[in-house]
Design a protein around this ligand. Structure first.
Ligand code: TYM
Length: 338
């Protein structure tokens, strides 16, 4: 079976709707068609100032949410990035192949460092995309295999491009080792936007609490946030991201959650007001996230069991990572220990 891999940062107590639709939900069916590797990118979550206890808690609650969303540790490999040491090691090898200027062009770094003030940004934030390249390439299929997908949202496209570049560069310098991965971006849900600022993407770090729908939101606040979502002037419920970014985002989300194509939704809401759209969306969101929330809370009641599941995943991931790294060390001229 072809390989697929993706990761998510445990940087909040809950995933938001963008993470869910753009990534996690797509991971679920891929478990059956692919050999899937999914992980919590806790090393990436260290790139901005953080509290160790909070990181630990978020690592577990993120894992619980992934499991509650339908990821099955018996059908895929689910693990925590830091438990597979080769991620950090391959990152070093790849960072020696990355140009300083090349890394400086990563737009996510430019945005985030501009916000913190360039001098305050950590070197880890700067090398973040190289660690991401290592995350992916450790799980490379055999050279010659074509299908190597990484399901992500639109904001990760540039990091995937860098990963392809670094894979090609390593292969060229040291011999064919890595398959270049393809970003698997589902256009319809590639960029879910903020409820309060519908021109901007919904973001753990940049959105206001009112702008974000969290998977673990309680029903009351969740409904309230949807009902207060910014809509547009006019009254017509029509998909037009340029003229009606707010309404279009709500339609996108409703369509993704209930499976009704957007034109059918437009017909369904003909003559209805924005309030009706929001009400139906709130219902579907509650139906979708209610069970995930309950299951997450259940899983959090037994952290030892959660840790066991993750350790098992890490063992399996480490086998693959160790095999890749053995080849990388040899090709890169690193002396063997034994
Ligand atoms: P992270 O944790 O920021 O986001 C996790 C996933 O959610 C997607 N996403 C969105 N999709 C649609 N609309 C949105 N508003 C939205 N916001 C976030 C992201 O595109 C992502 O797929 N660097 C990665 C984590 C990572 C990774 C990897 C991913 C580390 N190593 C290797 C793939 C492969 C990140 O910050 O994701």
């Amino acid at each position: 079976r072809p390989r697929v891999l993706s990761g998510i940062q445990p940087t909040a107590d809950s995933f938001h709707l963008g993470n869910y639709l753009g990534a996690v939900r797509q991971w679920v069916p891929l478990q059956d068609t692919h050999e899937a590797f999914y992980f919590l990118a806790n090393l990436h979550a260290m790139t901005a100032e953080y509290d160790p206890e909070v990181l630990l808690r978020r690592t577990r609650v993120s894992a619980a949410q992934i499991l509650a969303s339908g990821i099955d540790p018996d059908r895929c490999t689910l693990f925590v990035q830091s438990q597979v040491f080769e991620h950090a090691e391959l990152q070093w090898v790849l960072s020696c192949l990355t140009g300083y200027g090349e890394a400086s062009r990563m737009t996510q770094f430019k945005d985030k460092s501009a916000k913190q003030g360039a001098a305050a940004a950590s070197v880890g934030l700067f090398t973040y995309p190289i660690l991401q390249a290592a995350d992916i390439l450790l799980y490379t299929p055999q050279v010659g295999e074509k299908d190597f997908q990484v399901p992500v949202g639109e904001d990760q496209r540039q990091h995937l491009e860098l990963t392809r570049t670094l894979a090609g560069r390593f292969n060229h310098r040291f011999g064919p080792t890595f398959v270049e991965p393809n970003a698997h971006i589902l256009k319809s849900v590639a960029k879910i936007t903020d409820l309060q600022e519908p021109e901007r993407k919904m973001s753990k770090s940049a959105s206001s609490p009112q702008g974000i729908i969290n998977v673990l939101d309680e029903p009351g606040p969740l409904r309230k946030k949807i009902m207060r979502a910014v809509t547009d002037t006019g009254t017509e419920i029509k998909y037009d991201p340029e003229a009606k970014p707010g309404v279009s985002n709500l339609l996108t989300v409703l369509s993704a959650l209930n499976g009704t194509p957007i034109p059918d939704l437009e017909a369904h809401f003909a003559g209805a007001g924005y309030g009706q759209l929001k009400k139906e969306l709130a219902e579907v969101a509650l139906e979708t996230f209610g069970p995930i929330r309950e299951r997450t809370l259940e899983l959090m009641n037994d952290p030892a069991e959660l840790d066991r599941i993750l350790a098992k995943g890490a063992d399996r991931a480490a086998e693959v990572a160790a095999a890749t790294m053995a080849v990388v060390r040899e090709r890169a001229g690193l002396l063997r220990r034994r």
